[in-house]
Write a protein that binds this ligand. Structure first.
Ligand SMILES: C[S@@+](CC[C@H](N)C(=O)[O-])C[C@H]1O[C@@H](n2cnc3c(N)ncnc32)[C@H](O)[C@@H]1O
Length: 292
C-alpha cells in the first residue's frame, strides 16, 4: 500500500522529458564527464532529475538545460548533476576472487620487483573510487602483505572520484553495514572500530591514501597524477562510450610505469578499446600489463 502510494506521488511529480531535451541533456553530461546515457534509459532522467527541478523552481528540462549553461550558479550545479548521473555502488573487498588473484600475482610481483631494485616505494591510482571502500581495501591488503615492513615503505594510493560528496564520505571513513556485504567478518573487526553511525576505518589505513575530486574527462587533471605501478579502475568505464573509454585507457597507459598493471571491473574489457596492453590471465580476472 505504502509503495503504491509513493509511486503515485512520484509519477504525479515527475517532469516529462522530450526526445530533444533528452538529447541535449545527454550530450551536455557526456561533454562534461564522459558518462553516456543510452536513449533506452531516458526514464532515468525523469526519475532522477524531477526533484531537483522542483527544488530549483523549474518546470521543464529545457529550463534546466538553460540553467546548466547560463545561470550564475552553473558551476556549483555541476556537482549536483554529477551526483544525479553517477552510480556509486561499491563495497569493501568487492569481487574477492579478483582481489585474491591480484594480491597473489600482481601485487606480490610488484612488491618483489621494487624490493629487488632496492626502491621501497609504490604508487597505486584508484580511479573512480566512490566512497573509498576500494582504496581502503587496497590499503588493508598492503598492510597484510607487508606486515611491520610497511613502515620502511613509501606507499601512496591516489584515490579520485568525480563526485565531491563521495570523496567527502571516503575521507570521513565511517561506514554502515551495507559497505561490508562482501567483507569477511574478521576483517571488519580487525580494521574498523565501532562508531555511533556504524564502523570507522582505523587511521593507519587512511594514512596511505590521498582522496581527491577528479574528473576522468579532464586531460590536464589526469596528467597531474603521479606515475603509477598499478591503476585500479573498476566498474567505471562501463558508464562511458567507446571514445571516452579509449581516452581513459590511453591516459592510464601513459600514467603507468613500465611493467605496471591496470585492473578493470569483472564485466569490463579493453577488447576493441586498446591493444597497447598485454592481457595477463589470472584466476577469474584479467590484468592488463604495460610492457617493460
Ligand atoms: C560504480 S562506482 C565504482 C566504485 C569502485 N571502483 C568499485 O568498483 O567498487 C563508479 C564510480 O565512478 C565514478 N565516476 C564516473 N564517471 C567519472 C568520471 N568522469 N571521473 C571520475 N569518476 C567518475 C562515479 O562517481 C562512481 O563513484
Amino acid at each position: 500500500m505504502g509503495s503504491l502510494f509513493s509511486s503515485a506521488i512520484t509519477l504525479r511529480n515527475s517532469v516529462r522529458i522530450s526526445d530533444d531535451e533528452f538529447t541535449q541533456l545527454r550530450d551536455f553530461i557526456y561533454d562534461k564527464c564522459g558518462i553516456f546515457v543510452d536513449a533506452k534509459r531516458k526514464y532515468l532522467f525523469e526519475s532522477r532529475f524531477s526533484k531537483r527541478l522542483a527544488e530549483l523552481g523549474l518546470s521543464s528540462f529545457s529550463d534546466y538545460i538553460k540553467f546548466l549553461k547560463h545561470d550564475i550558479r552553473r558551476n556549483s550545479e555541476m556537482n549536483v548533476l554529477f551526483e544525479l548521473v553517477t552510480t556509486n555502488e561499491t563495497s569493501f573487498y568487492r569481487d574477492t576472487r579478483q582481489l585474491d588473484a591480484f594480491r597473489d600475482n600482481v601485487l606480490r610481483e610488484t612488491l618483489e620487483k621494487r624490493r629487488s631494485e632496492g626502491k621501497l616505494d609504490l604508487h597505486i591510482w584508484s580511479a573512480g573510487c566512490s566512497s573509498g571502500e576500494e582504496p581502503y581495501t587496497l590499503s588493508i591488503l598492503l598492510h597484510e602483505m607487508l606486515g611491520p615492513e610497511i613502515a620502511r615503505w613509501r606507499i601512496r594510493i591516489t584515490a579520485v572520484d568525480l563526485s565531491p560528496q563521495v570523496i567527502e564520505r571516503a575521507r570521513r571513513g565511517v561506514y554502515r553495514e551495507y559497505a561490508f556485504k562482501t567483507t569477511p567478518d574478521q576483517a571488519r573487526d580487525r580494521y574498523f572500530t565501532p562508531h555511533e553511525e556504524g564502523w570507522k576505518i582505523r587511521p593507519e589505513l587512511g594514512r596511505l591514501i590521498s582522496f581527491q575530486t577528479m574528473n576522468l574527462n579532464d586531460p590536464l587533471a589526469l596528467k597531474r597524477v603521479p606515475r603509477s605501478h598499478i591503476v585500479f579502475c573498476r566498474n567505471v568505464i562501463i558508464y562511458f562510450d567507446e571514445a571516452m573509454k579509449k581516452r581513459v585507457a590511453k591516459a592510464f597507459y601513459d600514467n603507468l610505469l613500465p611493467g605496471g598493471y591496470l585492473m578493470l571491473g569483472h564485466s569490463e574489457t579493453l577488447h576493441k578499446i586498446s591493444s597497447a596492453f598485454q592481457p595477463v590471465y589470472l584466476p577469474g580476472s584479467i590484468a592488463y600489463r604495460k610492457e617493460e
